[in-house]
Design a protein around this ligand. Sequence first.
Ligand code: PAF
Length: 332
Amino acid sequence: MRTKMAKILLWSLAALVACTFGGTASAQYKATMKLASATPMDHPYNVGAKKFADLIKERTQGRIEIKIYPAGQLGKGEREMTEGVQQGAIDLLVTSTGPMGGFSPSINILDFPFLFRDYQHVDSVLDGPIGRRLLDDFEKANLKGLAFWENGFRHLTNSKKPVRNVEDARGLKIRTMENKVHLAAWKAAGLNPTPMAWGEVFTALQQRVIDGQENPVAVIHSTKLWEAGQKYFSFTAHVYSPALLLINKKLFEAMPKEDQEIFLKTALEVAQFQRKINRDAEEEKLKEMETKGVTVVRDVDRDSFKRAMSPVYDEFSSQFPRSQIEEIMNAK
Ligand code: PAF
């Protein structure tokens, strides 16, 4: 009788401990989640997403499985897919911050041209308190920003001519992201920009509806834009384009605390990996593009673009005062 009582007592204690630390809740939680992106499977977004999915599966002992839907399978552009995450049709998304101002206006502060000096500057801002604040702001839009990943510094491509300075680029009809700061910057520089969802760009380039576009090396390389006539690449690095790993906020909050922590920790860990593979492969991808017949202009007069685009800082100063811009510019 005494042994039986002791066993019951022990069992109750174990159950109490398990419940207190969420063990029981997470042991019961099972889910299959859809992760979307606009880029092809071999693009760094999805190499990162695959690693994230593998680690989550391992760290939740197979309870949470993440399936990847690349190349715009779940939406023709990132704005549309973000709406899908808000509504719960998509669970997770790796996206540039391009069209995110419509969801969380504060994020547009990262979109100013020539704001970031280099990757080290990027990391110190995105991984510091400014980055954390910007991620937290997404909560108001029923989105949870898990971490900043990377799209990269953006460069101009076109089908008409080698562009060495802003004068060469004037008059070109280019696609931009659905982003008011980018749009204003290109207008100020004398180009003819049109915002467009990414899913429509390849055909628009192919049909010569537009002359060019701008994106990081990994996007241009993985979508083989030379096959759509983009023969000229210019190393303008006019703006840094962060990426976000977003999850539907309600879904995240419904997960046991222990799993939430696994998601947050893993998203940050993969951020370092994802940024590294993106950066390390850039030069090799540029060289491969040259073998495909792309003229790569490396010695671009970036100052000419910087001067021409600078009026946007004043244009948006009521939303983003100089003090906020300087907080980013002065970050070490
Ligand atoms: O240009 C864009 O819309 C984005 O950079 C892309 C290609 C969808 C990747 O985030």
